[in-house]
Write a protein that binds this ligand. Structure first.
Ligand SMILES: Cc1cc2nc3c(=O)[nH]c(=O)nc-3n(C[C@H](O)[C@H](O)[C@H](O)COP(=O)(O)O)c2cc1C
Length: 305
């Protein structure tokens, strides 16, 4: 086989290939290491971390839906302190870029988490999950409030010199307006998309299938939406994009790159086949050979409209 370069760059971040593991679907990487060689994947994004540990929502927290799933985990996590003490030592053994995803209920908490974690050299970048309720401002999600997204970007950037990726919510009218404010406030990249709000009912009990009533829809059902959001950002704002949403095979990765993604993340697929990230690499290489592409990054934004 020809020498195909699968490496990609997202701003100043370099990955050996475009496949990253999405937040919330691989914990802190330890369980995944039984199924795949973490040294071969592009990068790992941790479960959302908050300042203090969180138990999350009561069950039922997950339900399968046609071509996807709904989840309302409620950001259950060990908190930054336990993460640094108990999870980082394991991750240090691997040569794989680690991106810490952060969740918070106030701007100050985002800043404090980032400030604490930035000291840890194993962490190469931050991904800020803005799909969290803003407790101080009545519980509306930060991700739906353009001023809040701008403020979080600005304040988080002020306490770290590591790249800051803002993970955008698709539950807005124009996602590119949010990407624009991220760029204006100094954000290094955006990842798109987080889950779409959805629900499902049991027709016999007439109760929601998820205790929280609504949950986040993920999986192949959301892929066309995610692709449209990536394309919208690509066409309106000059900022690196990490594409996420319903990626189930190598062809989906190519599609996301054509639409404008520099790298991608796989989420729901990890539950179906935890070795998928590695298994898809060969096919990406073969596609590049067949299409005379030397460096896979040439695909980014290469759509013909
Ligand atoms: C069970 C589950 C838990 C998730 N937890 C988080 C989380 O903690 N933080 C976050 O930013 N995104 C979280 N996500 C969203 C994923 O990272 C991803 O954006 C979304 O699932 C869409 O990608 P997919 O269709 O490939 O799964 C979670 C998704 C699932 C399915």
């Amino acid at each position: 086989m020809n020498n195909i370069d699968l490496s990609v760059q997202v701003g100043s971040l370099k990955f050996r290939n475009p496949i990253l593991l999405a937040s919330g679907t691989v914990g802190y990487g330890n369980e995944m290491s039984e199924f795949l060689d973490l040294n071969k994947i592009g990068g790992i994004v941790t479960k959302s971390l908050s300042l203090k540990p969180r138990k999350g929502n009561p069950p039922q927290r997950i339900v399968e839906t046609p071509s996807g799933m709904l989840n309302a985990i409620g950001l259950a996590n060990v908190g930054v302190e336990v993460f640094l003490k108990e999870k980082i030592p394991f991750l240090k053994k691997y040569d794989v870029p680690l991106i810490c995803n952060i969740a918070a209920s106030s701007v100050e908490e985002y800043v404090e988490c980032t400030r604490i974690l930035t000291e840890e050299e194993t962490i190469k970048a931050f991904e800020i999950n803005v799909s969290c309720p803003n407790v101080k401002e009545g519980g509306l999600q930060f991700g739906n409030d353009i001023n809040a997204v701008g403020k979080i970007t600005e304040k988080v950037k002020a306490v770290t010199n590591k790249p800051v990726i803002i993970k955008l919510s698709p539950n807005v009218s124009y996602i590119s307006d949010f990407a624009k404010v991220v760029k204006e406030e100094g954000g290094d990249a955006v990842s798109a998309i987080n889950t779409l709000v959805g629900t499902a009912f049991d027709i016999y009990t007439r109760k929601p299938k998820i205790k929280n009533v609504t949950g986040g829809l993920s999986g192949p059902a959301i892929k066309p939406v995610a692709l449209a959001k990536v394309l919208e950002i690509r066409q309106k704002v000059k900022i690196p994009i990490i594409g996420i949403g319903g990626i189930m095979n190598w062809k989906d990765i190519i599609e996301f790159m054509i639409a404008g993604s520099s790298a991608i993340q796989i989420g729901t697929l990890n539950f179906i086949n935890p070795a998928a990230a590695i298994e898809m690499l060969k096919s990406l290489e073969q596609y590049c050979v067949a299409n005379k592409i030397e460096n896979i990054s040439q695909l980014t934004g290469s759509y013909r409209i």
